[in-house]
Design a protein around this ligand. Structure first.
Ligand SMILES: [Fe+2]
Ligand SMILES: [Fe+2]
Length: 134
């Protein structure tokens, strides 16, 4: 079952970034698809690692363009990215020490991503377009 679906209204009109967003959606769905993660830690762990790694790749892609184009709302945006990375690493720490409160974490992640794509990421479209990115 898909828990989150990428939708056209989430598009930031840049193929490279839309593809990364789709991949994040895919990783979250893969995590959700594991039943009883606390008993299936071996299956859950690589997905969690993928999530951490790919989130970093994605955020640094956006932030590279913020720098390049001198994006006005760069600081607020990076702040939101940092908060998410923090939350994910905190969860990972707990997971590594044997805890797995996975459901609330995944729900948080799903809501965070949907909201971020629909609001925060939409704001840079104009700037990225003005700088010729597509
Ligand atoms: Fe993004
Ligand atoms: Fe972002």
């Amino acid at each position: 079952m898909k828990i989150i679906e990428w939708a056209q209204k989430m598009s930031v009109q840049v193929a490279e970034i839309d593809d990364q967003h789709k991949k994040l959606v895919e990783i979250i769905n893969a995590a959700f698809s594991i039943e009883n993660p606390s008993e299936n830690r071996k299956k859950f762990e690589p997905i969690l690692n993928d999530l951490i790694e790919f989130t970093r790749v994605h955020f640094s892609t956006e932030e590279k363009y913020f720098d390049k184009f001198n994006y006005a709302e760069k600081d607020e945006h990076i702040e939101e990215h940092l908060k998410l990375i923090d939350a994910v690493l905190k969860f990972k720490d707990g997971f590594d020490s044997g805890k797995c409160d996975c459901e609330p974490f995944l729900s948080f992640l799903r809501d965070w991503l949907a909201e971020h794509l629909l609001k925060m990421d939409q704001k840079y479209i104009e700037c990225f377009k003005a700088n010729g990115l597509e």
